[in-house]
Design a protein around this ligand. Sequence first.
Ligand code: ATP
Ligand code: MG
Length: 326
Amino acid sequence: MSLMIEEPLLKIEHLKKNFPIRGGVFGKKIGGVQAVDDVSFEIQRGETLGLVGESGCGKSTTGRMLLRLLEPSEGKIFFDGKDITNLSKQGLRKIRGQMQMIFQDPYASLNPRHTIERILEEPLIVHGVKDKEARKKKVLQLLETVGLNSYHTNRYPHQFSGGQRQRIGIARALSLNPKLIIADEPVSALDVSIQAQVLNLMKDLQKKFELTYLFIAHDLGVVRHISDRVGVMYLGRLVELANSEELYLNPKHPYTQALLSAVPIADVDYKKERIVLQGDVPSPANPPKGCSFHTRCPLAIEKCSIERPIFKEVEPGHYAACHLHG
Ligand SMILES: Nc1ncnc2c1ncn2[C@@H]1O[C@H](COP(=O)(O)OP(=O)(O)OP(=O)(O)O)[C@@H](O)[C@H]1O
Ligand SMILES: [Mg+2]
């Protein structure tokens, strides 16, 4: 029997995004923000990859580039074995249904003047489901799938609670039977008690529909329970990536250690003193030389301000970019 190595559903290689900073009367480019700086990872079929880091570190930009909602400045994106980096608009339209996004604020992404039926019907119309009865049936099916009632179809987004609205956002994302869902802080705006319900729903749906998730969050506590592996970003770069348990028990990068030390103890097995990071995150328009974390790192040595550490495998399946680890 030959050994089959399954291809990951999504793979990105050396992805970069530079937003130009323009100035002067003629709007000439006077600088740039390196929002994403050489990020590579894979997501296996059926896997959940968590992506965490402080505000502005490039999580959403990465997520949006994966779906080609934003054009990468450099790098490659492979989806389902196909290089989609330069896929035309028409080509993209064909695969759009297979890659969907769930947003932090479902209210902002749902048209307030449309009923739930219309909101859920729209992607079906765009993708050519012409039979009205079939669409209606699908809408009811979607509502049931996310735990909403059929009598909700004629209501408007403002008539729902935050948790219910996120269920509608999820239903809409599911309408075209996607393979990959990018969830950008899907529970950050919800009450803690509701967060668990939505996370459980996402887990159930993953099993039921064999979904693959990229789950973006600030909070390491939230991603832990849903992620198989977790990647940590700092200033546009991936600084650590490991199996979720491994990352929580044995974090290698001082930045990950600091993030973990801020998570309530009951949620983390890594019981260390609280590490309070000094200073603010530097501007991505002018990142520090060497390791971009060295200006705030409690363990920095001289080399860290000079040489940028390579992102490498420090233990099997555990990657980190830190001079303290080789
Ligand atoms: N359209 C844009 N034009 C210019 N700069 C941008 C644009 N979008 C994002 N940025 C900058 O790129 C960097 C990364 O932003 P991004 O939104 O990806 O971060 P994030 O990790 O998702 O943050 P948050 O946790 O706050 O959502 C930030 O410095 C941001 O100001
Ligand atoms: Mg974001």
